[in-house]
Design a protein around this ligand. Sequence first.
Ligand code: FES
Ligand code: FES
Length: 154
Amino acid sequence: MISLNVNGKVYDLDVPPDTLLLWVLRDHIDLKGTKYGCGIGECGTCTVHVDGKAVRSCTTTVSEVQKKKITTIEGLPENHPVKQAWIKEQVPQCGYCQPGVIMQVAAHLSEKPTPDADQVITKMDDTICRCGTYPHIKQGIKTAIQIMKKEGKA
Ligand code: FES
Ligand code: FES
């Protein structure tokens, strides 16, 4: 039995310890916001937070994240600066990659000291969007930092 803490709730799951976190989130816990992209840790589409750090759930086994705090896109507060910025700037096109993009950006912005926009944009180099929303993502990052500053979080 594997026990996972996801979005503040504990789930006891009858799955083998080498089951990938992505499939447990989607198929066992029914949190479909986390998406499957490449499946080999290259695109970032499946990104979630584990103890506040960005982790690619397609290459992470459930045994690696037991006793840790997992947060998915559903667990990121609706008023989080990145979610606010993504709506304000209308960042997504098809939207498929965006849960992972948002989780990746949110993790970078939580690093201390909070990096400036250019540093965060550089760190997003390993994230792939098939729609090519990169200019929107860049603007979203800048706006998220502005919101954080306004809210006294940066
Ligand atoms: S689906 Fe996990 S990094 Fe691409
Ligand atoms: S918005 Fe379509 S894949 Fe990124």
